[in-house]
Design a protein. Structure first.
Length: 166
């Protein structure tokens, strides 16, 4: 048993699958595989999830790397995209964006993540402030671990919004 598992009383599982697949049909086939199905079910039933949050600039890097430059969405989702949680792209209202990437992603979706009793995001970087703020505001995550500068900018953003300046 690893030290952190022994000290925390927790355990972990790994999902041995690509981040994103070539088609939605391939995803559906893999989700029926016993090991993958088991890991996904345990993830859905977790008491605590520690997740990553990304920002919109990562969209182009991820889609180009994993979807191999396949035709971009007809309605360019970069205008909607505010960030991602566990690689699920979401918009300013905290809603999952309907796009090829999200349909082919091997991850819990945003609604499944929201059903986990405690979701903590671990992220940093001032370029992610809008993404983090949206995830907190729309209760995608319950808590946040971040750096001081990002925390300060989040407080400033909230103050501006409360004062009607944003």
């Amino acid at each position: 048993m690893r030290g952190w598992q022994k000290n925390s009383g927790g355990n972990s599982l790994q999902l041995h699958a690509p981040i994103v697949l070539d088609s939605h049909e391939a995803k559906e086939i893999l989700l029926k595989q016993h090991f993958i199905k088991s890991v996904m079910e345990k993830a859905r039933n977790a008491d605590l999830a520690i997740v990553g949050l990304g920002s919109s600039p990562q969209y182009f890097e991820l889609t180009e790397s994993y979807l191999h430059g396949i035709n971009r969405e007809k309605n360019d989702i970069s205008r909607q995209l505010i960030g991602d949680i566990s690689y699920n792209y979401f918009d300013r209202d905290g809603k999952m964006i309907d796009c090829k990437w999200n349909r082919q992603l091997m991850s819990l979706n945003i609604d499944e993540i929201k059903r986990i009793p405690e979701v903590i995001a671990v992220t940093e970087g001032t370029e992610k402030v809008t993404s983090i703020y949206s995830a907190l505001k729309h209760k995608i995550v319950d808590g946040l671990i971040t750096d001081v500068q990002t925390g300060r900018e989040l407080v400033e953003m909230d103050n501006r919004r409360l004062m009607g300046k944003d």
